[in-house]
Design a protein around this ligand. Structure first.
Ligand code: M6R
Length: 364
């Protein structure tokens, strides 16, 4: 069932335009250019706080969603990894929405956190890819991703589909709270509907990424930098490199570099910078310059405009289509996944079954 692909992970990366479109199809109305969520029997406009809990890649989707909930719906968001959440005695007041994100719907820590929140009277929303899973059954509000079965241990298409659902949910909450006008909703939905085509253009750069993977493959350590909504993508990029290429990688918020990690910079540590042009671009580039001034080797991932402004002197660049900041996290997931994939291929690791890992982690 891998078709022409060498690995499931590769196939799943390339399925993203299709499955993201499928997922968006059940949360947006193309004809009306509006958000359309499934019916549920609580008033989302009365939600006072959102608590997001997940693990791994699903957690990073939650981190992106925090920006959206806060920006659109002006609702405070608390987010934690599931294995820490229950043990820190979280404050869960009435009127809270607890949101769990999981590909499998079976991750033990996330499930335990869900049950804890249920006991504490929270409304339970679940973004899940396996519709028959335990988490799906225990949700008050079930928000399925339509990514189809994900076989590769490294999560790829489930992540971008989670982002699609979460963006729609945040916009829906904003509309219901009266914070998003009809025009703004139209704009957000239009950008989301552009995402599948932008994912396709990002995938067009597969060959370029494959060609530069040998620059990263020999590294022992790699740093990934991102800002704002793209900061979680830096974390995701680092996780992917660790998981399947066995390279020690860390994701950092670009502005945090100078508070410590910059001490690591030398010409053996590639620094991969995610910097789409947009409101945070100049800041990201000055952080990148701090790295360059210390002899760091940079891979800049940006659009044509960004690369023109700041691409010179980089060890390598990866061009992305120019996109609205809202969908940048979906689009920039592609180079991050492809880079880890091609580096793993150069190194000859077992891409679909990396050592020590299981697809679904059912122990706490
Ligand atoms: O099934 P889940 O989304 O709950 O799984 C969470 C993590 O175990 C998962 O995302 C893991 O980090 C992946 N291997 C990342 O690629």
């Amino acid at each position: 069932e891998k078709g022409n692909y060498r690995h499931y992970m590769q196939k799943e990366i390339f399925e993203q335009p299709t499955v993201v479109a499928q997922t968006l199809g059940s949360y947006l109305r193309r004809d009306e250019v509006s958000v359309a969520l499934p019916q549920f029997d609580f008033d989302i406009s009365s939600i006072k706080r959102v608590t997001i809990v997940a693990c791994g890649t699903s957690f990073y989707a939650g981190m992106v969603a925090k920006y959206w909930f806060e920006q659109f719906a002006r609702v405070p968001v608390d987010i934690d990894v599931a294995s820490e959440f229950r043990y820190r005695e979280p404050v869960l007041e009435d009127g809270g929405l607890a949101l769990f994100i999981s590909q499998s719907g079976e991750t033990a820590d996330t499930l335990a956190a869900l049950r804890h929140c249920k006991e504490k009277g929270q409304t339970i929303a679940v973004v899940v890819n396996v519709p028959t899973s335990t988490m799906a059954r225990e949700a008050d509000l079930l928000l399925p991703t339509h990514a189809g079965p994900e076989i590769g241990v490294a999560s790829t298409k489930a992540f971008t589909c989670q982002l699609a659902v979460l963006a729609a949910l945040a916009a829906h909450m904003a509309v219901k709270k009266g914070l998003m006008s009809r025009e703004q909703e139209h704009e957000v939905v239009t950008h989301l509907l552009e995402a599948p085509a932008c994912l396709n253009s990002a995938l067009d750069h597969d060959d370029d990424i494959a060609a530069m993977a040998h620059l990263i493959a020999p590294a022992r350590d790699v740093l990934y930098l991102g800002r704002g909504q793209d900061y979680p993508l830096a974390l995701e990029g680092a996780l992917k490199l660790k998981e399947i290429s066995y390279i020690h990688a860390e994701g950092y918020a670009s502005g945090e570099m100078k508070h410590g990690p910059i001490a690591l910079i030398d010409d053996d540590v590639p620094v991969i910078v995610l910097a789409p042009s947009g409101p945070l671009f100049e800041k990201s580039i000055s952080n990148m310059e701090e790295v360059r001034a210390r002899g760091g080797k940079i891979v800049l991932i940006s659009d044509a405009k960004g690369l023109e402004e700041a691409g010179e002197g980089c060890m390598a660049t990866i061009e992305m289509p120019r996109v609205h900041p809202l969908i940048a996290p979906l689009v920039y997931a592609i180079p991050v996944q492809l880079l880890a994939y091609h580096v793993a291929c150069v190194k000859g690791t077992d891409v679909d079954q990396p050592r020590n890992l299981a697809k679904s982690v059912t122990v706490e």
